[in-house]
Design a protein around this ligand. Structure first.
Ligand code: ADP
Ligand code: MG
Length: 350
């Protein structure tokens, strides 16, 4: 043949492309749980029940009582880059109100698991719909009796990507990641009843009555809840934060892990060095070395002062003016601790 027309470079098939790309979005069971819980919250659910088996590697089920989907919605939802949440980039620059908007989670999870979705729209007549998606395609779709809302079930995550499956950690470690994700959303949405069950054991369940203190009690237990004090600074030093509010623990209620620093920017669970340093600065020497308080802190900034269009896995944010954010958080937490007589007096800092 004509050698100049031969090449080893060829197009990958769609299923291979999807499985490779899946690793970017779904790294481990906790990342799938995050996407599904976000979808339930975006659907205005008032209850979200998360059930996992073996750390989420065998089964993840997220059941909600949100808006639900019709048969046509279901067919569309599992396709690639399909979303009901934005029309185009202009919606991103004006600040997205929903947690999701990329339209890739269901498609991606479905390409690396056996995915079943049962759904019925609120106020719809008749039965709902059950869709099964496997190996990158819809293998069955039929009417099914189900409550209004949505139940997503993810079986055998990574069954068709053995390399990724092999890199999963122990059940205990994978479950710890799942627990952290669900906890973050439960604390940020006390008006939603969120429950987490692992291997038939209920780990926590919030009441959904809208009270952050009650959510902390459900998630962390009585000892921690009784040691929390409110942060609600009326006046902050100058900087990008418009408000800082939430709950922080007495200094003596602490742990050796940063895990219990739950911080949110405009409702999104994020970590930021400036925020952590502000919190730790407020406690000062009151905490022993490498000890961290329990913190559930909500920061509000104008939409344009922080970039939400980050990578789906990326939880770290940076502000234009980290120093000002650090001072603002420090001041807000410090004034709460002082008000409750929980700080030894210290020299004012410049
Ligand atoms: P995104 O959340 O970025 O839009 P997803 O792939 O996560 O993308 O979901 C695709 C679409 O499916 C969503 O935009 C939404 O319309 C619908 N959807 C997904 N999960 C639910 C749910 N739990 N309840 C109602 N609708 C849902
Ligand atoms: Mg989503």
């Amino acid at each position: 043949g004509d050698q100049s027309l031969e090449t080893d470079i060829h197009q990958l098939d769609d299923d291979t492309v999807a499985r490779i790309a899946a690793g970017e979005v779904v790294e481990r069971p906790a990342s799938a749980v995050k996407e599904l819980v976000e979808n339930s919250l975006d659907a205005d659910a008032s209850s979200v029940d998360v059930t996992v088996e073996e750390g989420g590697t065998e089964l993840i089920r997220v059941a909600d009582d949100g808006a639900g989907m019709s048969e046509a919605d279901l067919r569309a939802a599992v396709r690639q880059h399909t979303t009901s949440k934005i029309e185009g980039l202009e919606d991103l620059s004006s600040g997205v109100a929903t947690l999701g908007f990329r339209g890739e989670a269901l498609h991606t999870i479905g390409s690396v698991s056996r995915l079943t979705i049962e759904s019925r729209p609120q106020n719809a007549d008749g039965a709902g719909t059950k869709l099964v998606y496997e190996g990158g395609e819809v293998t069955s779709i039929e009417p099914a009796g189900c409550p209004a809302g949505t139940i997503v079930e993810v079986d055998d995550l990574f069954y068709n990507t053995p390399a990724r499956r092999k890199f999963l950690k122990t059940t205990a470690t994978e479950f710890a990641h799942v627990n952290r994700v669900v906890t973050r959303y439960a604390l940020a949405n006390p008006e939603v009843a969120v429950s987490l069950t692992h291997d038939d054991r209920e780990v926590f369940a919030t009441t959904g009555q809208g009270d952050l203190q009650a959510a902390v009690l459900s998630v962390y237990g009585r000892e921690v809840a009784s040691a929390m004090i409110p942060v609600d600074a009326d006046e902050l030093p100058p900087g990008p934060l418009e408000s800082v509010s939430g709950l922080v623990s007495h200094p003596e209620t602490n742990r050796s892990s940063r895990e219990y620093l739950a911080t949110y920017v405009n409702g999104r669970a994020v970590t930021a060095d400036a925020v952590r340093e502000g919190i730790m600065g407020a406690y000062g020497t009151q905490l022993g070395g490498d000890r961290y308080p329990f913190v559930t802190l909500f920061l509000e900034v104008p939409g344009d002062a922080v970039d939400v269009n980050v990578h789906p896995r990326k939880r770290e944010v940076r502000f234009d003016d980290d120093d000002a954010v650090r001072r603002q958080v420090d001041a807000a937490v410090e004034s709460a601790l002082l008000e409750h007589g929980l700080l030894r007096s210290r020299a004012p800092r410049g």
